[in-house]
Design a protein around this ligand. Structure first.
Ligand SMILES: CCCCCCCC(=O)SCCNC(=O)CCNC(=O)[C@H](O)C(C)(C)COP(=O)(O)OP(=O)(O)OC[C@H]1O[C@@H](n2cnc3c(N)ncnc32)[C@H](O)[C@@H]1OP(=O)(O)O
Ligand SMILES: Cc1cc2nc3c(=O)[nH]c(=O)nc-3n(C[C@H](O)[C@H](O)[C@H](O)COP(=O)(O)OP(=O)(O)OC[C@H]3O[C@@H](n4cnc5c(N)ncnc54)[C@H](O)[C@@H]3O)c2cc1C
Length: 672
């Protein structure tokens, strides 16, 4: 495989690590990419995007002021957007505008976030999912060609989670054939939408639809908010940026207020419901929640996004751990590479395994999503509830796990991991937002729990359940599982844990209603357990999917690749079994002796994976431009890069800062 050759000599420790690797790295890269042809395509796109130096910053993003950062991000977004429009989409095919490859190359341009991210990320998908064919023909080409730039304005100051509680109104006026958009209260300000503050000239807005004096709930509208020539906000629109935040610093997240702002009737996105010219409301959707479709789509794509972010953090931390030496083990012996410490391996190898687990699961979820879309095209919405339950819990658990693994990677890099130049804080703050946006962790797990409780009741009634919950049919009456010390045994035990927890929730709700509580209160009182049950279900799905997809995908692989991929999957199973020993003790016959044995095998596995650690992160094939890390580059010039980055700090522009003469010296002389 062609590796982009480093300009400098590779750090000798890192070079030695690469000699130790005993499997074919390219084969694993192909597996992660989804096939050899996909790797070739990805590399071609990366060459187009990254070989012209357009992504480079003279001054690191983090050393710029808020305004400079935004302006620089817009400059780069335009260069990048132009490349996407003119060259990259030709290779992926226009229908793959959301391809993870494009997402990956964008990271080379922005350590933080592109202000255009939500344009392709949510505005375009909403047009695709929510427009009639006529509306698609009107808006989509303009959006894909970037003649219009859009945002997705759903969340308000007062409500993000509870969509039905949104307050913005869209009231139809049949005389003028217009909707009047209005923000009646302070809490109805649209708040948070990425790219809305300064960049977008259009946005999709979610508002309560009123016609003929009746509210029909939330619907989507496309709204032009700025003049296309001057970019000034239109009369009736108040729009701006919401202020500094933990991350997303260059994404101009915005606020928006409508003052009786009029839009044509045709600007209601009418695929699933419409308002006729005379004001009659007609609903065509077979399912009440199809206007939430963009959210389901993004939740599905976030699982792969989490795999990508963990792989970046793991690459940085493992290469650094091969270069870094610390603490004598025995007097007068050389200090070991910190990667030799089992505790370091425990922090990091699970990150490699998790990146694989999420990548394989995300491909499987994507195929499930496509199958549901195909069903819905034929008018069958029966499979949507399972997809909603699945995408909700996988989004919640993958973003939450990614966040804690990325933080472990930062811990694994000690003090240097705290430097912005390591890129770990940027990756962390990005992923921290994903745990909240597109549906908060707890809220989404409770959505899955709703589905699980119903499924459990159906299993109890002897009904055959759909694939992802079919284990409830097998385990409904099982009390404690006989512990089986195999890989399949571990997966089965997680299904039994999930079934046990769901059963316990159903029992708690029934006990509470039996003692006089109404159902809503009984549900509320059980929500701590319900979140735990939905998480357990998600773990069972993840373990089962990773294990079976890994075996399928490596069927034709070389023996060495098969072995290392198998070791990673086993590591993942054991890691989670050891994390959840309390649950195993509660729901299976596992003994202390079994758990001690599992711990010993886990520690042996860390040692077996140790020689391949650098090879495994090299297989993620993340170019230095994408990693943006002083600690994680391919050549391992860690200390040289830290010094180079320190010199870029604007505080080093002059030997004495003016504040010395203005403040410090007067203080020293007692003249302040
Ligand atoms: C590149 C990308 C960058 C992205 C940047 C970030 C962008 C954003 O954050 S955009 C804003 C995203 N916002 C959110 O995700 C909000 C989260 N909230 C929600 O999704 C919903 O309000 C939710 C699901 C919590 C509750 O919805 P609500 O309308 O109150 O429904 P609820 O009463 O709980 O459920 C009613 C039924 O609808 C079902 N349902 C809810 N949502 C869906 C859905 N999306 N699909 C299918 N069914 C659904 C429920 O399962 C339930 O079914 P049943 O009655 O059979 O049990
Ligand atoms: C970086 C970033 C970018 C974003 N981009 C966009 C965008 O482009 N467009 C857009 O429309 N929105 C966007 N959002 C908004 C985002 O979707 C919401 O913040 C998110 O859906 C959570 O809603 P909330 O903020 O109202 O939280 P809340 O719902 O107020 O949550 C606060 C706490 O209450 C808990 N809680 C809430 N409801 C329940 C319940 N029913 N049961 C139990 N616990 C509950 C939650 O678990 C949480 O702990 C963005 C947010 C961020 C951080």
């Amino acid at each position: 495989m062609k590796i982009n050759k480093p300009k400098h000599d590779v750090n000798p420790d890192l070079a030695k690590e690469r000699l130790k690797c005993n499997f074919n790295i390219e084969e694993v890269t192909n597996i992660i990419d989804g096939g050899k042809d996909k790797t070739v395509q990805r590399k071609k796109i990366e060459d187009i995007a990254l070989n012209n130096g357009a992504s480079l910053d003279e001054v690191p993003e983090e050393c710029l002021s808020i305004k400079e950062r935004y302006e620089n991000a817009v400059r780069k977004s335009c260069v990048y957007g132009n490349l996407v429009r003119n060259e990259m989409l030709e290779i992926t095919g226009i229908e793959n505008f959301e391809s993870p490859v494009l997402r990956r190359t964008a990271d080379a341009f922005f350590k933080d976030i592109s202000p255009f991210m939500l344009h392709l990320g949510m505005f375009v998908p909403t047009l695709i999912g929510q427009c009639t064919p006529e509306q698609t023909a009107e808006w989509l080409p303009k959006a894909l060609d970037m003649q219009i730039i859009g945002a997705y304005a759903q969340t308000e100051l007062g409500h993000g989670t509870f969509i039905r509680g949104l307050e913005t109104t869209a009231t139809y006026n049949p005389e003028k054939e217009e909707f009047v958009l209005h923000s009646p209260t302070i809490t109805s300000y649209k708040w948070w939408a990425g790219g809305l503050g300064k960049t977008a000239n259009h946005c999709v807005v979610m508002a309560q639809l009123y016609t003929q004096g009746k509210c029909h709930g939330t619907h989507l509208f496309i709204v032009k908010i700025r003049d296309l020539d001057t970019h000034m906000p239109l009369p009736g629109i108040t729009v701006g940026e919401i202020g500094p935040r933990m991350g997303f610093s260059s994404a101009d997240n915005g606020f928006l207020r409508f003052d009786h702002f009029r839009i044509p009737r045709e600007n209601m996105l009418m695929k699933h419901a419409k308002v006729e010219k005379d004001g009659v409301y007609v609903k065509s959707a077979k399912h009440g929640k199809l206007t939430y479709g963009t959210m389901v789509f993004i939740r599905v794509t976030l699982v792969s996004e989490m795999s990508f972010n963990i792989s970046k953090a793991a690459t940085i931390a493992i290469r650094y751990s091969a270069v870094r030496r610390q603490t004598e083990l025995r007097p007068n012996e050389p200090e070991p590479q910190i990667l030799d410490y089992p505790t370091q391996q425990h922090k990091l190898f699970i990150c490699i395994a998790t990146a694989h687990a999420f990548q394989l699961t995300s491909c499987w979820l994507w195929n499930t999503f496509q199958a549901v879309l195909a069903d819905m095209k034929k008018g069958n919405v029966d499979t949507l509830p399972e997809l909603h339950a699945l995408s909700s819990c996988l989004k919640a658990v993958s973003t939450s796990d990614a966040l804690s693994h990325i933080e472990q990677c930062r811990f694994a890099c000690g003090g240097h991991g705290y430097m912005l130049s390591s890129n770990l804080p940027f990756i962390y703050s990005f992923v921290a937002a994903t745990r909240t946006y597109e549906g908060d962790y707890t809220v989404l797990l409770l959505q899955t729990a709703r589905f699980l409780v119903k499924a459990s009741e159906q299993a109890e009634a002897g009904k055959k359940l759909t694939q992802t919950v079919s284990y409830l049919n097998r385990t409904a009456n099982a009390d404690r599982l006989n512990w089986d010390n195999t890989h399949e045994g571990i997966i089965k035990s997680f299904q039994v844990i999930a079934a046990g927890k769901i059963g316990q929730c159903v029992k708690s709700i029934r006990d509470r209603t039996a003692s006089g509580m109404d159902y809503e209160d009984a549900w509320l009182m059980t929500t701590v357990q319900l979140v735990g049950a939905a998480e357990a279900h998600c773990r069972a799905v993840l373990l089962n999917t990773y294990w079976s997809e890994m075996r399928k995908i490596t069927e034709a692989s070389s023996a060495d690749v098969k072995k290392v991929m198998h070791q990673l999957a086993v590591l993942y199973l054991m890691y989670w079994a050891l994390e959840k020993t309390g649950d195993l003790l509660k729901y299976s016959s596992v003994s202390k002796k079994d758990l001690d044995e599992l711990q010993r095998r886990y520690e042996e596995l860390l040692a077996e994976l140790r020689p391949n650690a650098v090879g495994l992160v090299d297989a993620f094939d993340l170019r230095d431009e994408i990693l943006h890390s002083s600690l994680g580059s391919y050549d391992g010039r860690v200390y040289e890069r830290l010094i180079e980055e320190a010199h870029k700090s604007p505080l080093n522009d002059e030997p004495v800062n003016q504040s010395f003469h203005k403040y410090t010296k007067p203080l020293m002389l007692g003249k302040l």
